[in-house]
Ligand binder design. Sequence first.
Ligand code: MN
Length: 494
Amino acid sequence: MTYAEARTPDPKKFIPGATGEWELIVGLEVHAQISSKAKLFSGASAEFGGAPNDHVSLVDAAMPGMLPVINRFCVEQAVKTGLGLKAKINKRSVFDRKNYFYPDLPQGYQISQFKDPIVGAGKVILDMPDETVEVGIERLHMEQDAGKSIHDLVPGKSVIDLNRSGVALMEIVSLPDVRSSEEAREYVTKLRTILRYLGTCDGNMEQGSLRADVNVSVRRPGEPFGTRCEIKNVNSIRFIGQSIEYEARRQIDILEDGGSIDQETRLFDPKSGQTRSMRSKEEAHDYRYFPDPDLLPLEFDQVLVDEIAASLPELPDEKKARLISDFGLSPYDASVLITDPADAAFFEDVAKGRDGKLAANWVINELSGRLNKDGHGIADSPISAGQLGAVIDLIEEKVISGKIAKDLFEIVWAEGGNPREIVEARGMKQVTDTGAIEAVVDEIIAANGDKAEAVKEKPNMIGWFVGQVMKATQGKANPQAVNDILKAKLGLDG
Ligand code: MN
């Protein structure tokens, strides 16, 4: 029994229909381009772009007599990715020919792995808002990418660009464990984060380095899986969510009208938000897979696996657990910070020796918000981890209030400089001297006798008094002290 079969149906995720509720079942096949200078079986450049047919060797163009030679680096990246997915590494795997005709496939077959993939069962953990979901990985295999037909370059003609022909891909196949479009989006996001941590794929969906084939079916809760449709080559996380929602609704409507689902391959059109039929789905046997006689079975020993395992960076799940235990972060804050390793590193620099939650708050809310607004990345943040840390020190030492800290943050952002010196030079220190605050409070109460009476009936009105004191002290009064003194003087204690 797979994890998917064991997973208890969750009514919260059911999709309502006219005749009752439906459960959504999704499995994903993600094609991830291996970050490699050269292609999988040739020395031609695997770089994105370039003039059409600039990165094409005789092997990639399938000239007669040309033989593929396996790229060792790509094999190592596939093993590394397998380890990152906590998966079984198969030290013996086989390259097969997947036979089909397409103008952009000059070989007449794609070299892929069928029965014996390089990586077996693994898993990806999803942190959903109120549960943890485990999505099983069935396998990861290596294969070549195809070329591209271009229909709008030469009027009246279709032309072929083979730059991508032979580029190394990892196809990562999940079990049908996903039960909502949110989970599907989170799965691809998490997978991309893992690939980026490992450095085995840049995860750039706009350039096609990461594309998902999404298998969607629906069933009545508790019944066997329904017939699935495969939505091909979805190239953004948002589109993955949209295409699943459209496709589920389409299938439910057909089934509720008494129809049946044809197993087929469909395309998602981002403009209309709809999927449409592309071709009836082929079965594996249609491809006449057989071991490629030009390539020996791929074999390596445990030493290689151990070496690669020793070189693995700290992965997202481990980093998250460490941020929670070392800095007392909430699981949510930790998962926000680990999405980009650069964010996590910046946070750790800020948080070292300081209150972790306060540091996380500043990095996630103030800094990230400000960076987004100005179109900066964390790498070119105008405010350094040291400067942000100094702002937080001033808050922790109660030299400035949280509100003044935001003003200080803006000043350091725009002008740079040492936060402590800026506070000193511009008189931004918070007033904690209770005597000084009391004097201001007395003045305000004396000038607003009516309100001082009314607040006894409506304690919420204390906010107005706090505002007045803050105004009079230009925001520098310690908010806690102001509250305490006001309550005492207005007789609101207890
Ligand atoms: Mn494939």
